[in-house]
Design a protein around this ligand. Structure first.
Ligand SMILES: Cc1cc2nc3c(=O)[nH]c(=O)nc-3n(C[C@H](O)[C@H](O)[C@H](O)COP(=O)(O)O)c2cc1C
Length: 301
């Protein structure tokens, strides 16, 4: 059975990964067989400088979903490389390092530091970052997306994945812009802008005022966006958004995703990505499918 996937020059032994910000960084778990079976690991987004994150509450549970505004709490790229990267490399699973700069110089600075490292499979650009001199995020501006991706691609020794925001009118347009910039893949979706209010205090349930919605509540919209993007670009698509089970993941693969990631599911069931992987393998056996490519993009009209 062939379930390996290629993104640019990187090969992943299977198509199941974990989305950024949802994979536990507790080193004592890194030796678990379940962790070693993942196709790739995407750690929490790293910024140029350390960030303390947003004031609490940072998480609020909603019907079939999770509202979060963590504020990309992370130690900054230098500390990440010194303190986090060695243990992550030790897992032996390809690493996709998620990065975010608050301007182009920071993005370039982060990538230059990563370029000096070995043992990284790919870099994911978290495009949900401010766009210089604009009121929108890079992920909301096709020209800004092409410009940033091409600048990063020009200097990167790793394949570049552009992570897209669903908070746009037409996500396929942004995906095409990323492809034009030379992205090796796009990943989608990030969280949907959302909020919840406590009617007693008439205040937001989230310290940051607004947050991002994830989990099963967003799955049908995420699936729709993955299908639209996959039919509009030639590069591989990494699909995510409310994937809880193998059946959910298979929907994303059939819609055109080459890889799938679990996110919110990991908070409920840390074994979720392995359950998804085993379920995909069982589905292939039951249906006598020998290559995952027979599933990817096999949606019938
Ligand atoms: C608590 C939490 C933290 C997250 N942090 C990040 C992050 O640092 N970088 C990023 O690109 N996405 C982040 N995300 C978004 C997820 O990676 C994913 O794109 C999104 O949650 C949709 O997938 P899901 O519904 O399976 O969770 C975060 C999501 C959650 C719930």
């Amino acid at each position: 059975m062939n379930i390996s996937i290629k993104i640019g020059s990187a090969t992943f032994k299977n198509p199941v990964t974990v989305s950024s910000g949802t994979f536990g960084h507790e080193e004592r778990y890194f030796n678990l067989e379940e962790v070693k079976r993942l196709g790739a690991i995407v750690p929490k987004t790293v910024t140029f400088n350390a960030q303390v994150g947003n004031p609490p509450p940072r998480i609020f549970e909603t019907p079939s979903g999770m509202l979060n505004a963590i504020g990309i709490e992370n130690p900054g790229i230098d500390n990440f490389i010194i303190k986090k990267l060695p243990a992550l490399k030790g897992i032996g699973v390809p690493l996709i390092i998620s990065v975010l700069g608050h301007n182009e110089e920071q993005f370039i600075g982060i990538l230059q530091k990563l370029n000096a490292q070995e043992g990284i499979a790919a870099v994911e650009l978290n495009l949900s970052c401010p766009n210089l001199n604009h009121k929108v995020l890079v992920a909301q501006d096709p020209e800004g997306t092409t410009r940033l991706v091409s600048k990063m691609k020009a200097i990167s020794k790793f394949p570049i994945i552009a992570k897209l925001s669903p908070n746009v009118t037409d996500i396929a347009e942004i995906a095409r812009a990323a492809q034009e910039g030379g992205a090796d893949a796009v990943s989608l979706v990030n969280t949907f802008a959302a909020m919840a209010i406590d009617i007693k205090t008439r205040k937001s349930r989230i310290g940051n005022f607004t947050g991002g919605l994830s989990g099963p509540a967003i799955r049908p919209i995420a699936l729709y966006m993955v299908q639209r993007v996959a039919s509009n670009v030639k590069i591989p698509v990494i699909g995510m958004g409310g994937i809880m089970t193998a059946s959910d993941a298979l929907e994303f693969l059939i819609a055109g995703a080459s890889m799938v990631a679990t996110g919110t599911a990991n908070f409920i069931n840390p074994r979720a990505p392995v359950d998804v992987l085993e379920g995909i393998e069982s589905f292939m056996k039951e249906n006598k499918i020998s290559d995952i490519r027979e599933i990817i993009g096999s949606l019938k009209k």
